[in-house]
Design a protein around this ligand. Structure first.
Ligand code: PLP
Length: 440
């Protein structure tokens, strides 16, 4: 037993893998065994491991200025440059950027920015947020309240009711549709439910609707065609803002620059980024709002005397330097176009698993996917089978992740090659064959 309280783990079980180093799309354990990192760590190491340019960006910034903050009138050039770059790239008008350290705290910041904004324009009652079932937005008290997974609420007395989080359907046709219902009918039904929720609660009490363009931790749910179009129509009708949590989908994961652009989401008012913003080399996140939202916030903060929100490490110069270099590499090396091309190849290859007797659904977009297993009748048995498949993959030299108790997730670095995708598929097929024997 070590002294660590392990995150997102069964605290009774012992860790079974000591990772020691990484290179490209591979990591190595303390016995020298090599693994294809098919999850980019936790959906983050987009440029793979041991990228010398990112290492240099960090070490040069550490030598030059290892720390400085942005409170009360201080700033630094690398932070200014990063904010400009993000603002230029994102699909939000005149975007303004607040830096944090993680996806969770960036979502907390966005909740606070929403409240500050609606208070500033004289609508304090407009504070509720619609989040979806089976969504993942983090684990701080506020972001876990947005999250729609019971495991992140149980024993933590969450969601925190004062936050006014409302819940609407997950757009997962495979699990959520009724017998005989087409995709179009499914979208019509769940968006009608959304509209009814808004009417029942009162549109004037609802600030925003939050969505991951494609979900990650909740099982890689890719909404059916037309879903976001309908959702945005309804939100516009009732003056409710659209908030895209792009912590996983931001910066190329779905084969386009942003998940919003890949999924037909127009001009989101609010965005959240982390993970691939720095290729996971160093913690940094960004909460982004439109210039239109920012203007009244400025006025209001002047009345108070200070905008009373900020972290010690907001805009940490080393994080900013690494993120800036990451974004430069994405653009210089056309990483998003590569992710699109290789992502289509990965999706096609994964689809070949559809005939496998243990596979229920293969879904994904770009370089993110899930393979849902259907071996058993009870959720506990299925979770056990999925955990077995994950371990079998690990034994064969591939790291994946069990998500939502039913699926294996895949989210390899964006720089992965066709050859490495073939290797991933080869290992996965062998792991599924072993799993079938186990489940029978
Ligand atoms: N939002 C989304 C969509 C995520 O996938 C995650 C983490 O996986 C978070 C927020 C929380 O980010 P973090 O773990 O950096 O707090």
């Amino acid at each position: 037993m070590t002294s660590i309280i392990y995150p997102a783990s069964n605290l009774k079980s012992q860790p079974n893998l000591v990772i020691e180093k990484g290179d490209g799309v591979y990591v190595f354990d303390n016995k020298g065994k090599k693994y294809l990192e098919a999850m980019s760590g936790l959906w983050c190491t987009s440029l793979g491991y041991n990228n010398q340019e990112l290492i240099d960006a960090a070490s040069q910034q550490l030598s030059k200025l290892s720390y400085s903050h942005m409170f009360g009138g201080k700033t630094h050039q690398v932070g200014i440059d990063l904010a400009e770059k993000i603002s230029d790239m994102v699909p939000t008008k005149d975007a303004k950027v607040f830096f944090g350290n993680s996806g969770s705290d960036a979502n907390d910041t966005n909740i606070k920015l929403l409240r500050y904004y609606f208070n500033a324009i004289g609508k304090p009652q407009k504070y509720k947020i619609i989040a979806r079932e089976r969504s993942y937005h983090g684990v701080t008290v506020a972001s876990a309240s947005l999250t729609g997974l019971p495991v992140n609420h149980t024993n933590f007395d969450l969601p925190f009711s004062a936050l006014g989080i409302l819940r609407t359907d997950a757009p997962h046709y495979y699990h959520g549709s009724r017998e005989g219902e087409t995709e179009v009918e499914f979208v019509d039904r769940i968006t009608a439910n959304l509209e009814q929720l808004i009417i029942d609660e009162g549109p004037d009490t609802i600030a925003a609707f939050i969505a991951e363009p494609v979900t990650g931790a909740s099982g890689v749910i890719v909404p059916p065609r037309g879903y976001y179009e309908k959702v945005q129509e309804i939100l516009a009708k009732y003056n409710i803002l659209f908030w895209a949590d792009e912590v996983i989908t931001g910066f190329g994961r779905l084969g386009k620059d942003f998940g919003c652009n890949a999924m037909g989401i127009q001009s989101p008012d609010i965005l959240t980024f982390a993970k691939q913003l720095s290729s996971g080399y160093i913690p940094i996140s960004a909460s982004v709002i439109s210039g239109e939202m920012y203007a009244p916030i400025i006025e209001s903060s002047e009345k108070v005397g200070v905008f009373g929100h900020g972290y010690t490490y907001s805009g940490h110069p080393v994080g900013c330097a690494v993120a800036l270099k990451t974004l430069e590499i994405y653009q210089r090396d056309n990483v998003f176009a590569h992710a699109n091309e290789i992502g289509q190849y990965m999706q096609n290859q994964l689809q070949t698993l559809n005939g496998h007797s243990i596979v229920g659904e293969v879904r994904g977009k770009g370089l993110i996917a899930a393979v849902e297993l259907v071996a058993s009748s009870t959720p506990a048995q299925t979770a056990d089978v999925v955990a077995f498949a994950m371990r079998a993959g690990q034994e064969l030299g591939m790291i994946t992740r069990a998500v939502a108790g039913t699926s294996l997730a895949f989210c390899p670095p964006l720089i992965i090659t066709k050859y490495e995708i073939d290797e991933m598929l080869f290992i996965l097929k062998s792991a599924l064959d072993k799993t079938l024997q186990y489940a029978q």
